[in-house]
Design a protein around this ligand. Structure first.
Ligand code: SF4
Length: 351
């Protein structure tokens, strides 16, 4: 059982972040924010795949003007991602966003930050102090370690916000490098009571990026650190980020969402095409929303026992296989009927 760091609770739209509440899954649109139709369409896709908070880039004033319509159609909270120009933050707040992300490395003037904070305070919306290893403040001491520089940049911005009597703060200290990210989050978690948003920045293409994110976020989450997560992948489909995020959380038993598929790697004992069978089952499980553990095992000798943690499963022999529940065999079925019979069992269990 993971003992969570209990952070201060902030509210983003209708969602509480922090405390010992669930780790919230975020993503970011990949569309041009000025294109309202495309951005709303992508937010709809993200909502459907389980994204709970969406961030949109606001690179210019036209993008900030689009926010009004985007927010109107979005069902999940919308956070504006602001770099360089404080006026974009003010425009986003006026447009009705549910939160802001500011990078201390590229809005450095305390007076401009104070203007943003006053406007955010009036609307009671939170600000994420979002430090990235690749864009630290120019004043940052280059002789110091990257972790120290990241934490120092975050702390300077946090202290500035606190001096303005503002505490709706969330913090992130992201890097591409996993050990750097882990150390930076561990350090900031010891220093502040605020909720932390976790991410490995620019993690890469889906295969390597998912693994990198799982390692980095997994270490932190297992240590109880982290209140929201985003997996950053180079993909046109942000739902891949959301799916990966949930797999990480499900692996650590921090969230439940839909089925978990347990499938064996196959070996010389298997007398069936286990890869195809597992893929078929995975496809049939799409759309199942309730949490259930389903196993696809390559042999009857070891399969049911090795997958006794599963709620239901199939173990294949030559031309036929058994259906089992919690490791107990319940029926033998011819191979062509295995997947269909499994789905009937799943339907029974979930009804
Ligand atoms: Fe091999 Fe059977 Fe284990 Fe699959 S379940 S890896 S086929 S022993």
């Amino acid at each position: 059982m993971i003992k969570r760091r209990v952070s201060r609770i902030i509210r983003v739209g209708g969602i509480d972040i922090g405390g010992a509440g669930p780790v919230i899954v975020q993503s970011m649109t990949k569309t041009d924010t000025r294109d309202v139709k495309a951005t709303v369409k992508q937010i709809r896709q993200l909502e459907a795949c389980g994204c709970e908070i969406v961030r949109v880039a606001v690179p210019d004033l036209d993008a900030s003007r689009s926010l009004v319509d985007i927010i109107k159609y979005a069902k999940i909270p919308v956070i504006a991602d602001i770099h360089f120009d404080y006026r974009l933050a003010l425009a986003a707040i006026d447009a009705g966003v549910d939160g802001l992300r500011l990078n201390p490395g590229n809005i450095e003037d305390p007076d401009k930050i104070a203007m943003i904070v006053r406007a955010a305070k009036n609307r009671r919306i939170p600000i994420r102090v979002g430090v990235n290893a690749g864009s630290l403040p120019r004043s940052s001491n280059k002789n110091s370690s990257i972790v120290k520089r990241m934490v120092k940049a975050a702390m300077a911005e946090i202290r500035l916000l606190e001096s303005l009597e503002y505490d709706l703060i969330k913090v992130s200290v992201k890097a591409f490098d996993v050990p750097t990210t882990v150390e930076a989050y561990q350090a900031i978690a010891r220093k502040v009571p605020y909720p932390l948003h976790l991410g490995i920045t620019e993690a890469g293409l889906p295969k390597s990026g998912s693994i990198r994110s799982a390692v980095g976020l997994g270490i932190l989450l297992f240590q109880g650190i982290g209140d929201t997560i985003r997996v950053s992948l180079t993909t046109a489909d942000p739902c891949q980020e959301v799916e990966c995020a949930y797999e990480i959380l499900k692996s650590l038993k921090l969230r439940e969402k839909g089925p978990v598929l347990i499938s064996c790697p196959s070996c010389g004992r298997s007398e069936t095409d286990i890869v195809k069978l597992a893929e078929d089952v995975e496809e049939r499980l799409q759309g199942v929303e309730k949490a259930i553990k389903v196993a696809v095992m390559g042999c009857v000798v070891n399969g049911p026992g090795e997958a006794k943690d599963a709620d239901v499963g199939i173990a294949c022999g030559k031309g036929k296989g058994v259906i089992f529940r919690k490791g107990e065999r319940i029926k033998t079925v011819n191979e062509p009927d295995l997947v269909e019979t499994l789905m009937v069992e799943i339907g029974d269990m979930l009804s």
